[in-house]
Design a binder for this molecule. Structure first.
Ligand code: FE2
Length: 189
């Protein structure tokens, strides 16, 4: 079993299992935010980025049985010959509340916050007149986070729990917005 995965290998698996464009974008957004946070925190941008890229790998496979969400991703990656415990634990734990896992490590909190914040940022951009990421800022995103009915499916607690990974919310939101802005052409917003 391999204990690391290259981005090229990860992209090939991602292309194999994910067909829906909105899901691809969400996973790329998660990747780019995770890379940015790793660089900021002195972790490995490649492995954290891949954790973001692959975190929803099983979404089209589990269909409506979300109790398997995360676990199926681990099964897929193990069947491909990978065993990367820290990455796998974070992928399973990001589905806390829908599966039976709990977030415990810094990486768990960081992945859950990163993949959740993509939902608030992209929903916010969609209500802007020019629908462009250049119009997003920390203040506006925090304001929308407080409105429960705005992007209601997004778990605010997961975003606020970034503080359990020793990163303050404002810094996290700033880095997340900047990360998405860096690939705005690809995201089409
Ligand atoms: Fe996700």
């Amino acid at each position: 079993m391999k204990s690391t995965i290259t981005r090229g290998e990860a992209v090939a698996i991602w292309e194999e299992y994910i067909t829906k464009p909105h899901l691809k974008l969400h996973m790329r957004e998660s990747e780019i935010i995770m890379r940015k946070l790793a660089a900021h925190l002195g972790a490995d941008p490649e492995q954290w980025g891949i954790t973001g890229l692959l975190h929803d790998l099983d979404m089209e496979k589990v269909e409506d049985d979300y109790s398997k969400h995360g676990y199926e991703t681990v099964n897929i990656l193990k069947s491909k010959g990978y065993d990367i415990p820290e990455m796998f634990a974070a992928i399973v734990a990001h589905a806390e509340g829908v599966n039976d896992a709990k977030r415990t490590t810094k990486l768990d909190y960081i992945l859950a916050a990163s993949e959740s914040v993509t939902g608030i940022i992209s929903a916010y951009v969609m209500i802007l007149p020019n629908k462009n990421l250049s119009g997003a800022n920390v203040k506006s995103i925090k304001k929308r986070m407080k409105q429960a009915r705005f992007a209601a499916a997004v778990n605010r607690d997961f975003i606020r729990d970034i503080e359990k990974a020793d990163l303050d919310l404002d810094t996290f939101l700033q880095l997340a917005i900047e990360a998405m802005q860096e690939i705005s052409d690809e995201l089409g917003m």
